[in-house]
Design a protein around this ligand. Structure first.
Ligand code: ARG
Length: 597
């Protein structure tokens, strides 16, 4: 039989299918053997592009069953049993018993032409309804760098999963409920008695919060009234509700300016949304006999052995907690939203909380692990260049708007120091400034393994060497400038595509082609455990391999007078394919490609 290739597929997955068939034909008595396919480092391209590494393991297994075969014999039989595939040029048995696979240049040229004609098609995966809970700052408190990380990572994960055709629900689980609102409302009533008619000018909600907290801690009468307002808010009393809305609006506007600047899309559905669901989840848990009395509180253990920390479902004063809202939320997300995959992008400090929530949800039958997947996508803390927690010089927490402003300032300084302000139009300059400023902040966050802490340094992120947004954006503009060099008629991509075939004879052309075609594998790898640094590494590799290609393969030849004397159209197509691959990755990483920088 012949293995069919679709337009959009992962090379690794295709080869896994090829070898799975070979196993079924050559060694049916050993059942389903999980196929191991590994890409070969391009420095050892003479050993092929991909390897199947199963023969050694199978030889061992056979030996245990009394059959003596060498791995090389097994590899040879496997090779013979492989169905023909249009993506494979040849196969060889090498080393201790590897099957080396060499990709077909014809196939690669066609695949690249397809990318140029119809864009990058997502690799096929079973479609899921996924909820991504990200950003999630708290009303009246600073949106801090931890929330910035969640915002950046959550946006990129959403874009990745949307590209893979999942049905993605982006949710901003804002902290807009709880006892702190009692004191905020009571304080609002005192400071702005006319708040129902005149919108109160609370520009600085943080200090407003601090003031009310101080009164709460020192003034018994105020404290009583604050508790009272919590109750009136939760029972829906009109004036308290209005005061609450006013306060939330102030924070909401602040958050939105950050989202607008960074191009973030997320739907607000804060803790308050779950008020009625909290009532019903408590009922549900009580009926299931999950609640236990503990010094006036209602607690729930996540496992019957009562290990770890229990959840507090109802406080002794009858109020609900963060635990209650997350139990209500996970139930709503699974039962009502019909999600099969729930992703929480929250700092590592909350991993115990989420593990307990997931286990508890499983224990009481909300979450069925054979159907539902819940992931805490955790990330480390942001450190300053001194290796300590990220703070301003004076020791305060950094305001996000100040941080973005600083990025804009540094980015402009860098562009001017290169004299770009004299070359670019004012529009191009401000576009470049934004692309660099916001791009480098996002990319420096995404390019490290998110689990480790990361050091925030404008100097490092604005470096144009190494794996940085600036380097990638520059490489992209270099590619754009190549096609700009061509006169109008030849630079028309469609015309070239209709008349020219991609040729991959030069070693560097072939290397670039194989690198670009890894994109599907990389996207699948990123989505598996939700790690975006693999995609960053891939972009970096594409840029480096492109540079090798461009250094040794001319695309346009000019004479002494700067006139074009020869154009290699196949290589122009390679440049365009590289640009297309980078654009797709940039989109997922939240980078804005600019054609001039
Ligand atoms: N507001 C919380 C915080 O700032 C994060 C909420 C995360 N989402 C959730 N479903 N618990 O720490």
């Amino acid at each position: 039989s012949v293995m069919e290739v679709t337009e959009s597929f992962s090379i690794t997955e295709h080869l896994e299918n090829v070898f799975a068939q070979a196993f079924a034909i050559a060694f049916p008595e050993y059942g389903n053997i999980p196929v191991i396919i590994a890409p070969v480092n391009s420095a050892s391209a003479k050993y092929g592009d991909y390897q199947c590494n199963n023969a050694m393991g199978l030889a061992k297994k056979m030996k245990e069953m009394g059959v003596n075969r060498t791995p090389r014999e097994i590899a040879n039989e496997l090779l013979k049993a492989c169905p023909a595939s249009p993506i494979i040029n040849k196969m060889e048995v090498g080393g201790a018993g590897f099957v080396n696979v060499f990709l077909s240049k014809d196939y690669a040229a066609k695949a690249l032409q397809n990318i140029l004609r119809s864009g990058i098609k997502p690799p096929r995966v079973p479609k899921q309804r996924v909820l991504v809970d990200f950003s999630s700052p708290n009303i009246a408190k600073q949106m801090h760098v931890g929330h910035l990380r969640s915002t950046i990572i959550g946006e990129s994960i959403s874009r990745l999963l949307e590209f893979l055709q999942h049905d993605v629900i982006r949710i901003n689980h804002i902290g807009d409920w709880g006892t702190q609102f009692g004191m905020l409302i009571a304080h609002l009533e005192d400071r702005f008695p006319d708040f129902l008619n005149v919108s109160p000018p609370i520009g600085d909600l943080q200090s407003f919060y601090k003031e009310s907290k101080k009164r709460f801690d020192t003034d018994e009468e105020f404290k009583k009234r604050a508790y009272n307002r919590v109750v009136s808010l939760q029972t829906g009393e009109e004036n308290s509700r209005k005061a609450w809305t006013l306060i939330c609006d102030v924070s909401r506007k602040e958050f939105q300016t950050i989202y607008d600047r960074l191009d973030i899309t997320v739907k607000e559905r804060g803790e308050s949304f779950y008020q009625s669901h909290m009532l019903s989840v408590v009922d549900f848990l009580r009926k299931k006999n999950m609640l236990e009395e503990d010094e006036g509180r209602q607690i729930m253990w996540s496992d019957e052995g009562k290990s770890g920390v229990p959840l507090t479902i109802v406080k002794s004063d009858g109020g609900f907690t963060y635990d209650t809202s997350d139990m209500a939320a996970i139930r709503h997300r699974i039962d009502e939203e019909q999600c099969t995959w729930i992703i929480y992008v929250v700092d590592s400090g909350q991993s115990t909380h989420f593990n307990t929530i997931f286990k508890a949800a499983e224990r009481c039958g909300i979450l069925n692990p054979t159907i539902h997947r819940a992931n805490h996508v955790q990330f480390g803390v942001v450190l300053g260049e001194d290796g300590k927690k990220f703070k301003t010089r004076s020791g305060d927490t950094v305001k996000l708007s100040d941080l973005l402003n600083e990025g804009m300032k540094r980015s402009l300084e860098q562009l001017c120091s290169r004299g770009r302000d004299k070359i670019l139009t004012p529009d191009e300059l401000s576009e470049a400034q934004e692309a660099v400023a916001y791009g480098c902040i996002k990319y420096s966050d995404l390019c490290h393994n998110r689990i480790s802490d990361y050091v925030f340094s404008f100097d490092k992120m604005l470096d144009d060497r190494g794996n940085t947004a600036v380097y990638l954006l520059y490489t992209y503009t270099r590619i754009c400038s190549i096609s700009r060099k061509l006169s109008e008629d030849v630079s028309n991509l469609e015309t070239i595509l209709d008349t020219v075939e991609i040729v991959l004879d030069h070693e560097k052309e072939w290397k670039l082609a194989k690198t670009l075609l890894k994109i599907h594998d990389i996207l699948l790898k990123c989505s598996k455990d939700l790690f975006l640094h693999f995609l960053c590494e891939f972009c970096f590799e594409v840029c480096a391999v492109f540079t090798e290609f461009y250094d040794s393969c001319y695309c346009i030849k000019k004479n002494k007078d700067g006139e074009i004397v020869e154009v290699n159209h196949s290589r122009i197509l390679m440049c365009e394919a590289t640009a297309a691959v980078l654009r797709q990755c940039f989109y997922i990483l939240g980078l804005k490609p600019v054609s001039r920088l």
